[in-house]
Design a protein around this ligand. Structure first.
Ligand SMILES: Cc1ncc(COP(=O)(O)O)c(C=O)c1O
Length: 320
């Protein structure tokens, strides 16, 4: 696998080689909140006869419809915004049916010994990739969704459009509030007018820039950890797209082992606000302070801080 720079479409061209099978991007990146130039990258992928696969999890089809910008395959972790309640794990692969597999060297056009030399592209035409997912991946790996989880995702999905708008509106309010806070060093949210991705936000998802973004607090690494351990409204956990507002400090948790973290540059230490908040307005109206001020769509109050297990154990130990 070769990495390219999501903010620079030409870096995808530079990464292409005769071995490239596909180009894979996120429409809105987790956790950076970068909005990717799908149209430009689709053209680059197609110039090399490879499909563009777009992970549309953070945008959901409510914000971005990648097929309209040239994507060939769309993925979703339905665990997140599509299900909307964090109660079941599921994923979707959506085949746009337009990619010319005849020119590619991937399974839909290869002769499959398992199926007596059948070429899926020849037999199934524009359904070739969807069929390949079933007769190769599903058959061999067995990732079948349980009926109960399918039901929960479908139930959760019924109000996904309304929820998505609320996620975005609240994220924008939180990002503006943080930006005006003297204890905050920087806020990276594409919905803010001075953000480098603002133009892409207006082009691809004018209804909202999603609800996941990053910010840095003054005071560096320790200040980031202190913040996460002090918040009362935001939950400290990593799953996004349900009804709670989440906060996590990647440098000390999810990315603690990454090489970039080892560089220990204080200015780069960051705290990611995974803000899916539909709830914080009312809580903070009641408490009269904090992140929720200015949020326009309050609903039921709820404060939950889930600490890392080791910390909970330490606390349990110290309190006897
Ligand atoms: C953008 C994105 N895609 C896919 C996934 C994988 O989701 P799942 O755990 O449901 O497989 C994640 C998980 O965080 C994600 O953020």
């Amino acid at each position: 696998m070769k990495w390219a720079d999501a903010t620079d479409p030409e870096s995808f061209r530079a990464a292409l080689s005769p071995k490239t099978k596909a180009v894979f991007i996120e429409s809105i990146a987790n956790p950076g909140g970068i909005i990717t130039d799908i149209e430009a990258i689709a053209k680059i992928a197609h110039s090399a006869d490879v499909p563009l696969i777009v992970d549309n999890t953070l945008a959901s089809p409510y914000l971005i419809r990648p097929f309209e910008w040239g994507a060939d395959i769309i993925l979703h972790s339905a665990t997140k915004f599509l299900g909307g309640h964090g109660n079941s794990m599921a994923g979707l692969i959506v085949d746009g049916g337009k990619f010319d597999w005849a020119a590619a060297s991937t399974p839909p056009c290869r002769s499959l010994p398992l199926y007596h030399g059948m070429k899926l592209w020849e037999t199934f035409g524009d359904m070739a990739y969807a069929i390949a997912c079933r007769v190769l991946a599903l058959r061999d790996l067995g990732p079948a969704l349980s009926p109960m989880n399918a039901f929960l995702i479908l139930q959760g999905n019924r109000n996904a459009a309304a929820a998505m708008q609320r996620h975005c509106d609240n994220a924008l309010a939180v990002a503006r509030w943080l930006k005006a806070n003297p204890k905050v060093a920087w806020v990276n949210y594409a919905g803010l007018e001075d953000n480098p991705c603002y133009a892409l936000h207006r082009k691809y998802c004018p209804k909202g820039a999603g609800s996941v973004f990053t910010f840095g607090v003054k005071g560096g690494y320790e200040a980031g950890m202190r913040l996460v351990n002090s918040v009362r409204l935001f939950s400290h956990l990593a799953n996004i797209g349900d009804t709670r507002s989440l906060i996590i400090h990647p440098a000390s948790t999810t990315h603690a082992n990454s090489k970039r973290r080892i560089a220990q540059k204080p200015a780069r230490r960051r705290c990611g606000a995974l803000s899916s908040d539909r709830e914080c307005g009312r809580h903070h109206r009641r408490s009269g302070s904090g992140l929720g001020r200015g949020i326009t769509h309050p609903s039921r109050p709820r404060v939950m801080l889930r600490c890392e297990r080791s910390e909970l154990e330490a606390r349990a130990g110290s309190s006897g």
